[in-house]
Design a protein around this ligand. Structure first.
Ligand SMILES: Cc1ncc(COP(=O)(O)O)c(C=O)c1O
Length: 360
């Protein structure tokens, strides 16, 4: 068996041990004669899987007891709408920080549903930095302040989170969740699509403080309202059971690796060596200001974009996949999530150096 080095931004690499466990369980889960995909979400076996996954996620992130953890479907994109529907009235001000493509999408959706104030924008630097919180023009009585904790396309990440006082801070953590410890109590709500650091696509995690649940505006569809999901243990309707089960295996794997403190150490080291390889060459360049560079998504360009095709073809031949940058920005992007081993980053750096020697 050969496993490629997979630098996909999402759906992204999963730990090999998890995939092997899925394979072992696939047709006959623990002697029950059926797969997890084929069993009732309300049966004892799946309820145990679901509860274990939640307990492990709570342990990993040290989620305080006054927060609910929801396992939903619809992707992070559905949360772009669910957040204003649950947290804000139709005329109420909501503050958004615009740091790139994903915060822009969240803003577009919120503009349909609330009165959006762009508290700060990084447009001036072409989204190469995060505006200093002291400069944000916040609305004192805003329903919440929304940030994208890590812009997956631009490779810009919050390494510290602002204090928004009594106004709840809401974060799209799709591409950074579980990459390091976070203090959940700093947030009113965190959401994340699963397909980067959690598991397969189809599952979305929402971590929401209990006082923010139960205030959805009139007319909110039940599936967008957090309250019925809280009341029903994320089983108001049929949840994405197979993704939930695999997410549970990923959480258990992360705990075996030493939890998020251990992951943070590895992730920081992986990112640092890749950025160092870029910065010490005259051939590769990263557009992001160093203090805002993402640990998870590393965008870079070649000195001559006419070489992009050859770079990607050579990488693929050497077993390195999905390095092409997002179509909106071009260049390259290496997504180095938790499940991308350090050896893959080392192999990429070796390849980049040999490509530079032959083409630089
Ligand atoms: C930061 C961020 N937010 C939101 C999304 C949208 O997620 P989904 O496709 O699960 O709706 C993505 C997808 O890549 C993302 O990277």
């Amino acid at each position: 068996m050969t496993r490629a080095h997979n630098f996909s931004a999402g759906p992204a690499a999963l730990p090999l041990e998890v995939l092997e466990q899925v394979q072992a369980d696939l047709t006959d889960y623990q002697g029950q004669g059926l797969s997890v995909m084929e069993m009732s979400h309300r049966g004892k076996t799946f309820v145990e899987i679901a509860e274990r996954a939640e307990a492990d996620l709570r342990a990993l992130l040290d989620v305080p007891d006054n927060y609910h953890v929801l396992f939903l479907s619809g992707g992070a994109s559905l949360q772009f709408a669910a957040v204003p529907l649950n947290l804000a009235g139709a005329e109420q001000a909501v503050d958004y920080v615009h740091t790139g493509s994903w915060s822009a999408k969240a803003i577009d959706e919120a503009q349909k549903l609330a009165s959006v104030n762009i508290a700060a924008s990084a447009e001036g630097s072409n989204f190469a930095h995060i505006p200093a919180p002291e400069e944000w023009r916040l609305t004192p009585d805003a329903a919440y302040v929304h940030i994208c904790a890590n812009e997956t396309i631009g490779g810009v990440e919050f390494h510290q989170f602002p204090d928004t006082g009594t106004v709840p801070l809401v974060a799209d953590m799709s591409s950074t969740i579980l990459s390091r410890p976070v203090d959940v109590s700093q947030f009113g709500l965190i959401y994340a699509g699963a397909q980067k650091n959690i598991g397969p696509a189809g599952l979305t995690i929402v971590i929401v403080r209990d006082d923010l649940v139960g205030h959805a505006r009139a007319g909110t569809p039940s599936l967008l309202d957090y309250a019925p999901q809280v009341k029903n243990g994320s089983m108001y309707n049929t949840p994405p059971t197979f993704s939930w089960y695999i997410a549970g295996l990923v959480f258990a794997w992360l705990r075996q690796q030493g939890g998020l403190t251990a992951m943070a150490e590895i992730n920081q080291r992986k990112a640092a060596k890749l950025y160092a390889a870029i910065d010490t060459s005259n051939f590769y360049q990263c557009p992001v200001v160093p203090e805002f560079r993402s640990w998870m998504n590393v965008p870079f360009t070649l000195a001559d974009d006419a070489l992009d095709k050859a770079f990607l073809a050579g990488a693929e031949e050497a077993g390195m996949l999905n390095l092409k940058g997002h179509r909106s920005v071009g260049g390259m992007r290496a997504s180095i999530y938790n499940a991308v081993p350090e050896a893959a980053v080392d192999a990429l750096i070796d390849y980049m150096q040999s490509f530079e020697k032959s083409h630089g």
